[in-house]
Structure formats: C-alpha cells, structure tokens
Design a protein around this ligand. Structure first.
Ligand SMILES: Nc1ncnc2c1ncn2[C@@H]1O[C@H](COP(=O)(O)OP(=O)(O)OP(=O)(O)O)[C@@H](O)[C@H]1O
Ligand SMILES: [Mg+2]
Length: 238
C-alpha cells in the first residue's frame, strides 16, 4: 500500500495546488533564480507561516545578515517571529562557531554539524540555506560534485524539508553549477520576464518535484497585502 505523503504548504495562494498539494516533507528543493527574484522572501514566507502552525524552521543566511533579512521581511509584512519557532543564523554566528571548530574542518562540515546540533536541540523541521553560491565561495571545494553529494546525503539523513537557494547569473541557461539540479528532489525556478516594452513580471515555474504530479507551466508570482500568490499567465492575444 502507498504510504501517506506528508505535504508542506507553501502558503502561496495557488501554488500548493499547482504543486499537486504542496512540497513533500523531507524534500530538498532548489529555489533557483536570477538576482532580485524574491528567492529569499519566498522561502521566508514558507518558513514564517509554517512556524506559525508548529513547524519550526532554521534559516541560514550567508548572503545577508539576520538583521538585514529581518528588516526586509518586516517591510514585506512579516512581523518578528519568536526565535524558538523561526531561528535565523548568519555568517557572524557561524564564524563564532568556527572558532570552536577544529581547524581542519571545512565550511560544509561546520554547517552540517551546526544544523545537526540545532535539530537535535530544537526539533527543526524546515531548513533554508541562502545561498549555496555563498557556501561555495566559502567552502573552497576541491571536488565539488563529490562534496555536494556528501552534503545532500547529510541533509537527507536529517530528514528536514530543505530549501537551497541557487543564484543564476543573468543570461545563464544553467539552473545550477555542479549538477545539484539532478541531486535535488524539487526545483522552483524564478525569473523576471519582460512583458511588452516596459513591464517586467516575476515568473515561477516548478521544474520538478519528485512524487508530485505538478503543473509545469510558468505562473506569475506576485506579492501584495495578502502575501504571495501565483496566477496563470494568460496567453498573449495575437
Ligand atoms: N511588497 C513587495 N512586492 C513586490 N516586490 C517586493 C516587495 N517588497 C520588496 N520587493 C522586491 O523584492 C526584491 C527582493 O526580494 P528578495 O531579497 O527576496 O530577492 P532575492 O532573489 O533573494 O534577491 P538576491 O538575489 O539579492 O538574494 C527586491 O527587488 C524588492 O524590490
Ligand atoms: Mg536573497
């Protein structure tokens, strides 16, 4: 008999339905996009609302400080959240941890160890790593594919639902640098699309989501007073 699949809601109007119900618990999902495509906000939104309904989250921000992320999110309409429910961790905190760590340890291992410790102590269910590219810059990989394979294996062992931000340089056709797109269970692709001569729309596409019969089309992603929403993009009239 098929085991019941536990799904995490994205708390984005219309998106759970497009995903076929939500994100399967325990998945590793890439959120890939060019600069400024709301990668961080979208993940924060999922974690913020999940925390409110009892799924604790750990958000590791390597791109911006926790203060800057908190301020940006407050401006977008997410009031401060109890640290016990949604914990933000930045490079400053990690560097302090690094002082404790043996000198031979690498960043990937440090992050895995910190996450393991935090999960054991606080029962986090959702993890964000923002961004993988910042991690690569710190990590000095010698054999990136092998080391990433290890990272994914460690994350899977923890059983968390994980969102990994990957940055796509403008003009690049690749979703990820080292084949993470094949390792991940899900990929959400965000991009800006020029509409007409002056308008730019944000588009979201689920490239893959293992175990789900999801929609494959691009949808418009918006953020307003009611939070995030996706809507179908109407075919352009000829
Ligand atoms: N209420 C809002 N509605 C729409 N867009 C907004 C709103 N508030 C902020 N933004 C825009 O969201 C963008 C930033 O979102 P976010 O930081 O989540 O993107 P990102 O993809 O993580 O960016 P980066 O590539 O810098 O990491 C900014 O360009 C900002 O102008
Ligand atoms: Mg960001």
């Amino acid at each position: 008999m098929e085991r019941e699949l536990s799904l995490i809601s994205t708390h984005v109007t219309g998106l759970d339905q497009a995903l076929g119900g939500g994100v399967p618990q325990g998945s590793i999902v890439l959120v890939a996009g060019t600069p400024g495509t709301m990668k961080s906000s979208l993940i924060y939104n999922i974690m913020y609302h999940s925390a409110r309904v009892g799924r604790r989250g750990l958000y590791i921000t390597l791109e911006q400080t926790t203060d800057s992320l908190k301020r940006a999110m407050e401006r977008m309409g997410y009031p401060p959240m109890d640290e016990g429910k949604l914990y933000l961790l930045d490079l400053g905190v990690l560097r302090t941890a690094l002082k404790r760590a043996e000198s031979t340890k690498d960043w990937v291992q440090i992050i895995v160890d910190i996450v393991k410790e935090a999960v054991a102590a606080n029962e986090y269910q959702i993890l964000a790593l923002d961004s993988m590219d910042a991690l690569y810059a710190l990590a000095n990989f010698e054999a990136p594919r092998r080391e990433l394979f290890q990272l994914y294996a460690s994350l899977r062992e923890l059983g968390l639902t994980t969102f990994l931000v990957t940055e796509i340089p403008i003009g690049s056709a690749k979703l990820a640098q080292y084949g993470e797109d094949f390792l991940a269970d899900g990929i959400i692709h965000l991009r800006q699309v020029e509409v007409g001569e002056t308008d730019v729309q944000l588009r979201l596409r689920c490239v893959k989501m293992r175990m789900m019969n999801h929609a494959h089309n691009s949808m418009a992603l918006t953020h307003g007073d009611d939070g995030f929403a996706v809507t179908h993009v109407l075919a352009r009239k000829k």
